[in-house]
Design a binder for this molecule. Structure first.
Ligand code: ADE
Length: 421
């Protein structure tokens, strides 16, 4: 373990982490198949990988697969609150991996951990939110000639990287894992849906049935949250800025209205839009006493907490991950996990079964990038469709579900245009 550098909370937590990593592995059959092939073929041999991801049991399984493929992995946290300290410890002691991640680390430590990961001079990056690529381009440009390319996990990161590419600032190719259908249709929708509700319930233990549950946005994550909240009996209100998405929400049976109106009637608010100040100062002014706020978007910018702070006389912690803001007019507003992604901060993130597909895309996307980097421009590329379909096929197979195939007659029909009514 001599060459392993790390900054984790406590190596004594490793045994607990090891069991939890194994437990998640049961639900990650696609990743297991990739691991078997990677161990034989070693497609990542000699590759130094800098990964900036949520340090969870699922991520640990991905890191093992990449190691099996021959990569030399350094991992840091992609959010100050999402690290599972036992997992970080297990990766260091059981897998001799360099890990820089501590749950609750301050912003300074968070960025020091990113810098320590970059100190390993990675040949490839793997990001969740694009902080690693961003710091690399802003502060460590001397390392860029050694980087073949990267992969990006999430909607927010892909948006940032496309903005960089648009301005001609991106200096290596990046594969957008989030664009894969086997990623966003499942992870963003069912993963965020379930884990967000899990975070809200763990932090508050409130009954959702009968509550007015306001969801900010109706993208893939928000629609998962809305659907799961409805499943638990909440009266769900959706707010949107995009008319098409708003229309979908209406026809999916949700009430749609501006946040200014929703603010006055909501019991629970969860944002997942990717934009700032979705719940803003003037919204706090009309909220009910006891309203509960959380965010499930990547960055902690969706709830305007400075505006809430300025309206408050006192802020106190009333439960783990739950802060009470005492407003000057006597009302109380509750904020979960400082407005950081509630599913990872107050719960354990998405369940392994969906991360199986997201991380299969990461592993195969990285392999593709390593093989094809010479042909790629300094752009953001979607996961190739063949990889996406292969992952769907493997997942179905692992679930024991068979599907039909087109007959030659049906294939011919689909290729023809002459036959009509
Ligand atoms: N993002 C959301 N859930 C996650 C998980 N369980 N592991 C890693 N990244 C995640």
């Amino acid at each position: 373990m001599a060459k392993t550098n790390y900054d984790v909370k406590d190596l004594k937590l490793a045994e607990k982490g090891r069991f939890r990593i194994q437990w998640a592995a049961h639900e990650m059959p696609v990743l297991r198949l990739i691991e078997d092939r990677f161990a034989k073929e070693r497609p990542l041999a000699g590759l130094r990988l800098g990964a900036c991801l949520h340090v969870t049991t699922e991520t640990a399984n991905l890191m093992r697969v990449l190691q099996a493929g021959g990569a030399d992995v350094t991992l840091c946290a992609s959010n100050p609150l999402s690290t599972q300290d036992d997992v970080a410890a297990a990766l260091v002691t059981e897998h001799e991996m360099s890990v820089y991640a501590i749950k609750g680390e301050d912003n300074k430590t968070y960025y020091q951990h990113i810098q320590a990961t970059l100190d390993q001079k990675p040949h490839a990056t793997m990001d969740d939110g694009a902080d690693l690529v961003s710091i690399l381009h802003k502060e460590r440009q001397e390392l860029i000639p050694g980087v073949l390319g990267g992969t990006e996990e999430t909607t927010t990161g892909v948006i940032r990287l496309r903005a960089m590419a648009q301005e001609g600032k991106l200096r290596f190719p990046v594969i957008a894992v989030n664009d894969a259908l086997t990623k966003h249709l499942f992870d963003n929708r069912y993963g965020t849906g379930q884990s967000t509700i899990d975070g809200v319930v763990r932090a508050t233990n409130i009954l959702l049935a009968g509550k007015v549950f306001v969801v900010g946005g109706y993208g893939w994550c928000s629609r998962g949250i809305a659907s799961r909240a409805r499943g638990l009996g909440a009266r769900v209100v959706v707010t949107e800025v995009n008319p098409l998405r708003a229309l979908e929400a209406v026809m999916d049976g949700f009430e749609v209205m501006p946040m200014a109106r929703a603010a006055a009637i909501g019991d629970i608010f969860v944002t997942s839009t990717g934009d700032i100040n979705v719940v803003d100062g003037h919204h706090f002014d009309v909220m009910k006493d006891g309203a509960i706020l959380a965010n499930s978007g990547h960055f902690n910018v969706e709830l305007n907490l400075p505006a809430l702070q300025s309206r408050s006389t006192e802020v106190r912690r009333v439960r783990e991950f739950l802060e009470e803001y005492h407003l000057k007019d006597g009302r109380r507003i509750y904020v979960i996990a400082d407005g950081r992604l509630v599913n990872l901060a107050a719960a354990e993130g998405h369940p392994a079964s969906v991360m199986d597909m997201s991380f299969a895309n990461q592993a195969l996307g990285l392999e593709y990038m390593v093989k094809h980097h010479g042909e790629l421009q300094k752009q953001v590329y979607p996961i190739p469709e063949a990889i996406d379909r292969q992952i769907a096929r493997l997942k179905l197979q692992a679930m024991g579900i068979e599907i039909d195939t087109l007959t030659p007659e049906q294939e011919k029909y689909l290729r023809s245009w002459e036959e009509g009514t």
